[in-house]
Write a protein that binds this ligand. Structure first.
Ligand SMILES: *Cc1c(COP(=O)(O)O)cnc(C)c1O
Length: 371
C-alpha cells in the first residue's frame, strides 16, 4: 500500500521527545515550546511566532488578535480545507466566499476586490497545496481598503514569494503541524506576525487570557490553545530538519512533473511569477473529467494499492453554510471536480512514484480523437 502521506520521523525527533519526557515537563511549560518558536521565526523571517494546539486554533487566534468580530465580513476562497471557514464562524463573522484562479488554484484578487463592502474587515487567503496566494495584489487591495490580510499558510511552510517566506507575507499567518503537513508535531499549529501588539494578544488568548506577570489574573476571556512541550519537542526536531524534509518532497514533486507533465490529459497547478511553492501534496486536474470519472480513477488506483484523494470540495457546499453565503465559484467548482492529490511524502521512492504514474496514466480516459 502506498499511502497518500506519511510523516518522516527520525532519531532527532526521538531524542528530543524522550528528553521532554524524561525532564517531566510534559505540559506546555518547557524549553521546546520556546525553541520551536525561535526556529519558526528563523525559517519564516517573521518577527514573532507562537505555537498552539493545531492549525484551526491558530486561525481562531489570528482572527481574534486581528479584532475580527460579530458581523464583520471576511473574504475567503471557496477552495480550502473546512478549518478556514470554521474559524470565521468562531468569531461570529460572515464568510464571503469568492472564486480562485484557474492557474494557481488560490484566491482570485479581482474576485476579492469585487466582494468588498463597507462591512469587510479582512481577507483570509489560503496557500493551497503549498502554492502561495498572490500577496502582492492582495496587499495592495488590503491597504487601499484598510483591511487586515491574514494567510492560512497551513500547507505552505517553506514556500516563498519574491524571496519572502510564507509566514511573513501577510499581517498574520497561521500554520498547521498535523501529521500530513510539511512538518508535524502530531497535532499542532502556529501563528506568526510582524506586529508586537498582535503577538501579545495571541500569547494572552492562547493561555486563558492570562496577565503577562500577575498570576491567576485574567484580563479577557481566553482559551487553552497551548501546545504541549512533548509535541513541541517533535516539532523542534522537524523544524531543524525542515530543509531536508522539503528537499526530499521536492524530489517527489519534480518526479511527478517530469513523468506526468507531458500528458495532455492532465493539468498541474501552475507556479506564479516569483513564487517558490513548497512541495506539500502533488495535485493535478484530469482535464474535463466529471467528479464520477475522477472518483473512478481514485478507485482504480486503490485496487492497485495506491491511496489518492479528491481535491477539496467547495466550502460553500457544506450543509452548515447558510444559503445566502453560497456564492457561485465556477473556477473552483471545476478544479474541485477534476482534481486529485497523489502520494507525496519525503520517503516516497522513485520506484513508487513511477508505479503511481503508470497507474494514473493507465486509469485516465483515452485522449479523444481530434477530428
Ligand atoms: C490542515 C489545514 C488546516 C487546519 O489544521 P489542523 O491542524 O488540522 O487544525 C487549516 N487550513 C488548511 C488550508 C489546512 O490544510
Amino acid at each position: 500500500m502506498i499511502p497518500v502521506s506519511e510523516p518522516d520521523l527520525g532519531p532527532l525527533e526521538r531524542e528530543y521527545l524522550l528528553d521532554a519526557f524524561d525532564s517531566g515537563w510534559i505540559s506546555s511549560r518547557g524549553h521546546y515550546v520556546v525553541r520551536a518558536e525561535k526556529q519558526l521565526e528563523f525559517l519564516t523571517g517573521a518577527s514573532y511566532a507562537s505555537v498552539c494546539s493545531n492549525g484551526t486554533t491558530a486561525l481562531h487566534l489570528a482572527l481574534l488578535a486581528g479584532g475580527i468580530s460579530r458581523g464583520d465580513e471576511v473574504i475567503i476562497p471557496s477552495l480550502t480545507y473546512v478549518a478556514t471557514i470554521n474559524a470565521v464562524y468562531y468569531v461570529d463573522a460572515v464568510p464571503v466566499i469568492v472564486d480562485v484562479l484557474d492557474s494557481t488554484w488560490c484566491i482570485d484578487p479581482a474576485a476579492v476586490e469585487a466582494a468588498i463592502t463597507p462591512r469587510t474587515t479582512a481577507i483570509l487567503a489560503v496557500d493551497l497545496y503549498g502554492q502561495t496566494a498572490n500577496y502582492i495584489a492582495l496587499r495592495q487591495i488590503a491597504d487601499r481598503h484598510g483591511l487586515l490580510l491574514i494567510a492560512d499558510a497551513a500547507e505552505s511552510l517553506g514556500a516563498s514569494l519574491n524571496g519572502t517566506p510564507a509566514g511573513a507575507l501577510a499581517d498574520i499567518s497561521t500554520f498547521s503541524f498535523f501529521g500530513n503537513k510539511v512538518v508535524t508535531s502530531g497535532e499542532g499549529g502556529a501563528v506568526t506576525t510582524e506586529r508586537a501588539d498582535f503577538h501579545a494578544r495571541i500569547q494572552q488568548l492562547r493561555n486563558q487570557g492570562n496577565h503577562a506577570t500577575q498570576r491567576y489574573f485574567h484580563e479577557v476571556v481566553g482559551f487553552n490553545y497551548r501546545m504541549t512541550n512533548v509535541a513541541a519537542a517533535i516539532l523542534t526536531a522537524q523544524l531543524e530538519r525542515a530543509e531536508e524534509l522539503i528537499a526530499h518532497r521536492r524530489r517527489v514533486v519534480d518526479d511527478y512533473v517530469r513523468l506526468l507533465g507531458p500528458d495532455t490529459r492532465l493539468r498541474a497547478q501552475q507556479v506564479s511569477m516569483g513564487a517558490v511553492p513548497t512541495p506539500w501534496m502533488f495535485s493535478v486536474r484530469i482535464a474535463g473529467a466529471s467528479s464520477i470519472e475522477r472518483d473512478g480513477i481514485i478507485d482504480a488506483l486503490a485496487t492497485q494499492g495506491i491511496e489518492s484523494r479528491p481535491v477539496f470540495p467547495l466550502i460553500q457546499d457544506m450543509p452548515f453554510v447558510p444559503v445566502n453565503q453560497r456564492t457561485s465559484t465556477p473556477v473552483a467548482e471545476q478544479i474541485s471536480r477534476e482534481g486529485i492529490s497523489l502520494p507525496t511524502y519525503p520517503r516516497l521512492t522513485s520506484d513508487d512514484i513511477a508505479t503511481v504514474c503508470t497507474a494514473v496514466r493507465g486509469a485516465l480516459p483515452p485522449t479523444s480523437p481530434v477530428g
